[in-house]
Design a protein around this ligand. Sequence first.
Ligand SMILES: Cc1ncc(COP(=O)(O)O)c(C=O)c1O
Length: 382
Amino acid sequence: MRLYLDYNASTPVDEPVRDAMLACLDGSPGNASSSHQFGRAARARIDAAREQVAALVGVKPAQVIFTSGGTEANNLALHAVTAGRAPGRIAVTAIEHPSVLEPARQLQRSGWTLDLVGVDGQCRVTAETLQAGLHRETRLLSAMTANNETGVLQDLGLLAEAARRVGALFHTDAVQAAGKVALDFAASGAQLMTLSAHKMYGPQGVGALIVDPAVELVPLLSGGGQERGLRAGTENVAGIVGFGVAAELAASRLADRSARLRSLRERLEAGLARHPQIQVFARSAERLPNTVQLAVAGFDGEALLMQLDKAGIAVSSGSACSSGKTEPSHVLLAMGVDEPTARGAIRISLGKDTSEADIDALLRILQERIQWLARAGSAVGW
Ligand SMILES: Cc1ncc(COP(=O)(O)O)c(C=O)c1O
């Protein structure tokens, strides 16, 4: 069996995306900064992609800054509004992706005060946690639209209003939400939004920061003035073109894909509910239609992941590896989940090629493997 259930980690490139990218790699030599016909052709391809990405979130093409992915866009968002300013205060939620948390900690090391905004037991930022984490001096609030582990969607209106009240800019990392739920930049109330192509059936290594034109930004990369001086470097034309096509497909297929995913997830969760030792996290919160994070009482998530991998099923564990040690998910810990339970977490993320038969196979093998691990004595006696 070869069953991929890790779509939140990366998605396969859609066929029309691949075709459009291959057409860019046909031997045309153009650099989009050149004014001859070859350069103009490359520029035209980038311009078309910029329109497609802009349309996905309802902005003008000039508001799209292409980057090398979500990580760079998140770093740019935090850097762009803090660089060259006297250290002040920034706030990020405790459940952010490392590509927000790490630059935030870097700012902290250079003198900024960092406030971590907490979440409730269902992975939601609340009015209370915002009140505790935001201050009159807060310059920026960064809070993700959807969490990559639990899939929980935040109330963007609440976040934007809280940031506005203290005069802070609001950045949202929408990498996991884009293509899975409808997104509208203006309606989100954010001034900065991060996207990444490879989470929506586009290529790896390309993303974008969407910006409100009123926000003054300092670039992370300086050089040849590409992307209106906000992200220097010769453009990754094939990647950007692939991103454009992926964004267009994501918009046109969103309703069908998310309805199908939601029904598959219901099938999965109904099957999981038959096992009292399985706990699904943030079950009562509004979540992405494709994501289920769960723990099996008494089991180590990494061991279960390896067992499923042996059976040909790819899922993800919530843990992070640092200095050779497996750390429990910071997201689950922020939700108040105890450490042994957090260590047992695995994430199942469904996608366009997942079928009902796949869900049934997963449920069957999950049950077999849990029984096998219990018999083999691999269960950790928590
Ligand atoms: C929520 C979130 N933000 C940012 C990223 C980083 O994006 P990229 O892989 O394009 O650098 C990821 C990737 O896993 C993510 O899940």
